[in-house]
Design a binder for this molecule. Sequence first.
Ligand SMILES: C[S@@+](CC[C@H](N)C(=O)[O-])C[C@H]1O[C@@H](n2cnc3c(N)ncnc32)[C@H](O)[C@@H]1O
Length: 665
Amino acid sequence: MSRSLKAEMEMRGREDIEMGRDITPPIPPLSYSLHDSFLLSHCSACFSPLPLRPTFPHIPLPLPHLLSYCSPRCSTSDSPLHFSSAEFHLLRSYPSSFGESSDLRAALRFLYSLPASSGSVPNGRLAGLLTNRDKLLARTGYDEELVERIRDGARIMAAARKMREGHVAPEQNDFVLEEAALCLVLTNAVEVQDDSGRTLGIAVYGPSFSWINHSCSPNACYRFFLSSPPPCCSQARLRIVPGARHGLETQKESGVCSISEFSYGEMSENNGPKVVVRSIKRIKKGEEVTVAYTDLLHPKEMRQSELWSKYRFICSCRRCSSSHLTYVDHILQEVSPASRQSSSLLSGQDIYIDGAIESLTDHINDAITEYLESGESESCCKKLEDMLTQGLLYEQLGGREEKSQPVFKLHPLHYLSLNAYTTLVSAYKVRASDLLTLYSGTEEHHLEALDLSRISAAYSLLLAGATHHLFQSEPSLIASVANFWMGAGESLLTLASSSVWSIIVKRGLPATNLSYTLSKYICSKCSLMQKFRAILHHGEAQSTDLENISSEFLDCVTNITQKVWGFLIHGSQYLRVVKDPIEFSWLGTSKDSSTRDIQPHLRSSAVVSYHGDEGSFSVCEAHKCIFQTNYETYQKFYVLSKQLLINLSCSLGNFIRHLFKAVKI
Ligand SMILES: C[S@@+](CC[C@H](N)C(=O)[O-])C[C@H]1O[C@@H](n2cnc3c(N)ncnc32)[C@H](O)[C@@H]1O
């Protein structure tokens, strides 16, 4: 091993780079594998969903097929690797008790592709990539479960490799190389997601991607291409260069070295998902390029613990090392006791706050897991909304019954609240679609389904507004915000264009002219896109430009949202206390607040008004109308809301297309 391979590697800007630029061409993987649960539904070579009649491996196998391919081309190029890497042998004899096999399979494929000249460097690097084996198996910070998984996994891999060579799985003691490859996969592999954000499998890329370090306030993000990337991406060039963190003697001044010094280069074949890195901030020449290895919407302590258990390092980025918790990190973990009479803690009650956080976390996570595993959408909505609305009583945490019983509630911007909103968006959508499938004939069920879609859209708007609020203090959240706005725009547009509206119209009111409303609204108010396009065109986008455009966008969307929010949240116990899903001053929080004096102010008595262009209704009025079947008012309320929804989704659409598309992952 060359001395320089011991250096910690990083990637830096080769030149000044504006935000929203692809800074690598599409990079093919060195190794990849689908997660076990997708082996029967997706192509093992390109990760696309399988057609009705998938192609099986083109090699004659004596046993049932273990992988499937979408086309003979994918099969021809991938199935020899499946067999020769011993992935086939591993799957055939895999102990089901060992759980997920994708990391072991990716490690086998990696080892097979490794040129003989790479030699054996189990504690250092393989093909230029850090194995981290010494740290992952070290005594300090010893994680018994992880060490056992690495050791047993390596033994299973080694046995499969022996079987491929024709030996009948002999007892082995030496599987150092397999251990190193597995550690390398754990350290360098990234989760590959499809367009809808589903994690399909994992992939390991060469140094130009894998040498990019982590930051909790990164300046780059990445996205995957399962099929061929569009020509604009394919033409992107590599605008980053490697550098060494410590002690590279050669080229020490610039700290820059060549990738080929360390690696055998990127795989040239066309298989597997390709990755493209994009700048989300301006990057100066020579500045380190970083991406996020963990969820940036998790609070600091949680991010630190995830990074330690997976990679064994303590993050010292700007966000983690600031002397006070940043506003975003504070709010993401805020649980406050709120007594019915006073919002301050009585003496002795603060000891329950940790217990409250733990219990709230368990309740919310249990409801989400149950939904994901069993698909029980109705009970999931109830459990999550009950927990968000009522919180936990002091008494439930073991405290004495008090006259003014304090209640521990999650802040509406707590990371668990955001997780709950994400789940509620999906669960309400599923409930609406189930209702339409089961009772396709009746008008009442159609109306009920529209109501469920309405609540789903409200949660997606709240999610986008909440993350946008956080993004104003932490610009690296832009990729998450872009995805949430996109989701909100899509939900609102789907709601506005639902065929169920025709039932309301059928009951007496003239149909609104959708295309007229669209043409009336599009771009007449919103010049944001031209501004942003012009800035990007001149290649001078600064974070202040983004801030200005972002706040103009918020003004524009807030204005319409105020008019339609009452309609969207009607009937939801939790959402009715959210006075505004975009402008959060009603919480009494601001990004300038000192971190200790923030209290959630959920007011259960809040009445949200709906001010349509043609008059105003309170939600209560609308509610009454519905039950009195005063159809005229009911219809007016709905039709006006529909127009506003269309306006809102158009406004979001404009913004998303022209601002966030520039940086969207
Ligand atoms: C995918 S590699 C990144 C490239 C790596 N620095 C190298 O030399 O090959 C991931 C490993 O880099 C190191 N690393 C990444 N980000 C880091 C950070 N912010 N602070 C400290 N170490 C980091 C950790 O050792 C981690 O396991």
